[in-house]
Design a protein around this ligand. Structure first.
Ligand SMILES: [Mn+2]
Length: 300
């Protein structure tokens, strides 16, 4: 299996400076050494700020987001078709509009979304107008047509092909949608009381009853706020490092996993690189688990 390492230095999906520096920070910490020989590396283009024209209150910097996710969708499509395994690092979570659209071009798939937030807002329900809170709505065909039509008109994701893990800061409009659509949610409490092995087996069986492959999108704010000062919207009551690694390890060892994404590392907000170092260790777990370089029970 050949890896495809994709940088997405996008920050226009939210308002804070610095999240665009996440991918380069990981490189500084030594990502190049972790990547297996033969990995194909590329960086998705991002518009310079001087070229951003749109700043609609309900969809901020939408042209900046669209520019990058449209290209990312094409890249993901071609990498999957080339039989490579994408590791996509961001960047804010609006980039997932591109990942989801690109994967959809290659057929149906399931999603494990590890995040404090549901990212299920539309321009109409979002309190902030930040597009990083909208990727799953867009993929399900909800919201502004410019976002839902990235990578084609059809809906990219079915609500019952999605499992949330670590959700705990949900907007009212999102709660209504999760209930209406019947989306599966696994809380931090369940991860802790039932164990990662059990909840991951449950998540994977749920998806496998419906689709034959899946991807995992990991937002740094799924971790507890005390561990991740270097992310834009930290939330208390999140995952421990051990839990996060165990979730990633279980996912990476599944043969039907087709891509992994790590988002919302913001080095400008970080304290002594602690969030960046943690993100780096998660990448180490991601790569070594798939390459079978971890010993049984070891989580790096
Ligand atoms: Mn997110």
């Amino acid at each position: 299996m050949q890896w495809s390492y994709i940088h997405v230095p996008l920050r226009y999906g939210q308002g804070k400076l610095g999240v665009d520096q996440g991918p380069m920070k990981l490189n500084e910490l030594g990502m190049e050494k972790l990547l297996p020989t033969g990995t194909v590396k590329q960086t998705i283009r991002v518009l310079p700020e001087s070229e951003i024209r749109e700043n609609e209150e309900h969809l901020k910097r939408v042209d900046g987001v669209l520019h990058t996710v449209t290209e990312l969708a094409e890249v993901i499509d071609s990498e999957i078709r080339a039989n490579r395994f994408p590791l996509i690092v961001g960047g804010d979570h609006s980039m997932a509009i591109g990942t989801l659209a690109g994967l959809a071009k290659t057929g149906p798939f399931g999603v494990i979304w590890v995040d404090a937030h549901a990212d299920l807002n539309t321009g109409d329900t979002s309190p902030s107008g930040n597009i990083h809170g909208m990727p799953l709505a867009a993929a399900m065909g909800m919201g502004d047509i410019r976002l839902t039509e990235v990578g084609g008109r059809d809906s990219k994701l079915s609500p019952n092909h999605l499992v949330y893990i670590a959700l705990r800061d949900i907007d009212e409009g999102e709660i209504n949608e999760i209930n209406r659509l019947g989306i599966k949610v696994i809380t931090v409490e369940e991860v802790r009381t039932r164990g990662v092995d059990v909840i991951m087996q449950e998540a994977l069986s749920y998806l496998r009853e419906r689709v034959d492959r899946f991807y995992i999108s990991f937002d740094m704010d799924s971790l507890d706020a005390s561990l991740v000062p270097g992310t834009g919207t930290p939330v208390d009551g999140g995952l421990t490092e051990v839990e996060a690694k165990a979730i990633l390890k279980e996912a990476m060892q599944a043969e039907d996993l087709i891509a992994v994404e790590l988002v919302e590392l913001n080095p400008a907000l970080d304290r002594d690189d602690m969030t960046a170092q943690l993100a780096y260790r998660l990448c180490e777990t991601i790569i070594k688990s798939k390459e079978n370089l971890l010993l049984e029970g070891e989580t790096v």
